[in-house]
Design a protein around this ligand. Structure first.
Ligand code: SF4
Length: 259
């Protein structure tokens, strides 16, 4: 890809199968995604992997941005303008606040961080319980208290719940911090308002999925009902705050993913 000229790259981007911007509002869980064949980001990553071995989502996005920048530079130069002039004009009006830093202090972001801490603490403190539960499970299986089929279903539910919780716990924090920049950016275009609203929707969906997963754990680990309830309360609080702060988020239609 790096040897391609920007206009070749433009042809690559023009693949009619791609859904514009689908990767902006997805959960980045490509292994579970039904849209890999319609995602430019996935295609970029696959291309890089085929050429250079593993490439992360961040790597392929960086590549997308780099190639897009090259393309824009070429278009500017084609119009007889200088890229340096464009950059210096942008630099001459520095923002008075850093939206990224300000967003980090927002109550939603703090609540998301608190959830991450609660999850980390749960994992750390309950390791012994999980091990004893596995032994208990094996004993019940040996004694015929539960059947092999029941054991398989329960294990798969628990494993899936942990995978879901683990995947979304960092995503919730990252995406809501991104969405909350909306409150600190100036002169936002409609596109950017939509962009941040879409990030809020992604956060809400991540919370919905996490809550469902914690409820599965609550069913399998009734002994931990108090701790799980504390975590659920934190997620519910965050969900309610986001719905209040982003009243249009639930209605936002993420390209490809919501229709
Ligand atoms: S939309 Fe693209 S980046 Fe997002 S999960 Fe699907 S394949 Fe991965």
């Amino acid at each position: 890809m790096s040897n391609q000229m920007p206009k070749d790259f433009l042809n690559f981007l023009n693949n009619p199968d791609f859904i514009d911007g689908i990767y902006n509002y997805c959960d980045s869980w490509c292994e579970r995604c039904a849209f890999t064949g319609k995602c430019m980001n996935f295609a970029m990553r696959k291309y890089k992997e085929d050429q250079n071995g593993e490439a992360s989502i961040e790597d392929s996005l960086t590549e997308v941005f780099q190639q897009t920048t090259d393309l824009i530079k070429q278009l500017i130069e084609d119009k007889g303008m200088s890229w340096e002039d464009v950059l210096s004009q942008a630099d001459s009006e520095p923002p008075t606040v850093d939206p990224h830093k300000e967003a980090d202090k927002h109550q939603n972001v703090k609540a998301a961080r608190e959830y991450t801490n609660l999850y980390g603490s749960f994992l750390k403190k309950e390791q012994g319980f999980m091990k004893s539960k596995a032994v208990e499970f094996q004993n019940d299986l040996n004694k015929g208290v539960i059947s092999v089929e029941e054991a398989e279903v329960a294990l798969s539910q628990i494993e899936d719940a942990f995978e879901v919780i683990n995947w979304y716990q960092s995503l919730i924090y990252i995406k809501i911090r991104n969405a909350c920049q909306l409150f600190f950016e100036q002169n936002l275009s409609d596109f950017m308002i939509d962009y941040y609203t879409g990030k809020a929707k992604l956060t809400l969906i991540s919370i919905d999925k996490s809550i469902a997963a914690w409820l599965v754990l609550q069913v399998h680990f009734p002994e931990k009902v108090n701790k799980v309830t504390e975590i659920l309360f934190q997620l519910e609080k965050l969900r309610a705050q986001i719905e209040k702060d982003f009243p249009d988020a639930r209605k936002f239609v993420r390209p490809g993913l919501d229709k």
